[in-house]
Design a protein around this ligand. Sequence first.
Ligand SMILES: O=P(O)(O)OC[C@@H](O)[C@@H](O)c1c[nH]c2ccccc12
Length: 264
Amino acid sequence: MRDILAEIVEKKKDIVREAKERLPLAEVKARLRPGTFRMAERFRAEPWSLIAECKLQSPAKGRLNRTHTVDQLARIYEANGASMLSVHTDPHFLGCNEDFVRVRKEVALPLLRKDFVIDEYQLYEARLLGADAVLLIARILTPAQLKEYLYTTWSLGMDALIEVHDERDMAAALATPAEFIGINNRNLVTFTTSIENTLALLPFADRSRTLISESGVFTHEDAEKLRDAGCDGILVGEGLVRAEDIAAQTRAFVGVGKEQEATA
Ligand SMILES: O=P(O)(O)OC[C@@H](O)[C@@H](O)c1c[nH]c2ccccc12
C-alpha cells in the first residue's frame, strides 16, 4: 500500500538539506526575531477556536480548490471570524514558503506553519517566515525529539500544536508539557478520515490541555459533535476550501463556539 506520510518525510529530508545549504542555521538565527506566543494569547481568550487551513491540494485527493489563491482564502477566513490560520508549506499540498510570507502580509491573525517537522532547522525557519506556531507530528518524531523540539519552539516565542493519531502518540504528547494537542482524524498511511478517531482518543487525553480535532470536519454537525465531546476547537482544510460559500462555512464553524457561550 502507498504510504503517503513516508513519501512526504523522505522528500522532506532533501528539502531540509537544500534549505540548509541555501541559508545555514547560523544565518537564520541571526535574522529572526522571537515571536510573542500569539496562538496561546488568542486561544486562552475564547472557549472555542477555529483554525482555518489554506490548502489547495492534498496528496490523496489532488486539487481541492482552483478558484482561490491562498491569500484570498486567508482574507475570507480572517473576515469571518477564524481564530488562526494554518498555511501549508509542503509541496505535496501545493504549499511553499513564499505563500506563507504572502499570507503573513495579508492578515493579522496568528499563523501556524503546517509542515512536516523532522529537523530543528525547520523551527527556526518557521519563525523567520513569521510563523506564530508550528505543527509537531508525534508519529514522525521520537518522544525525546518531541520534547526537545517543543522547548526549542517555545524558546523562539512560538507555540506548538502536537499532533497525535493514536494512544501511543497521545502518551508521547502527554509526556511533554504541551499546551496544545491536535487529534488527527486522518489515517496517516491511507489519508482517509473519520471524526470517530477524536471521539475514541479523547478519554486518553488530559482535559487541562487545549484539545483540537484535526481533519475530516465537514459540517456544522461534525463540529458540534466534537465540541460536545470536549474539544476546544477544530482545524479544518477541505471542509472550507471546497465549500460552496467559504465565508458562510467559516462563520458556521466559528458559530459552534457562540452557541456554546449562549447556553453556558
Ligand atoms: O483538509 P482537512 O481534512 O480538514 O485536514 C486539515 C488538516 O488537519 C490536515 O491538512 C492535516 C493536519 N495534519 C496533517 C498531517 C498530514 C496530512 C494532512 C494533515
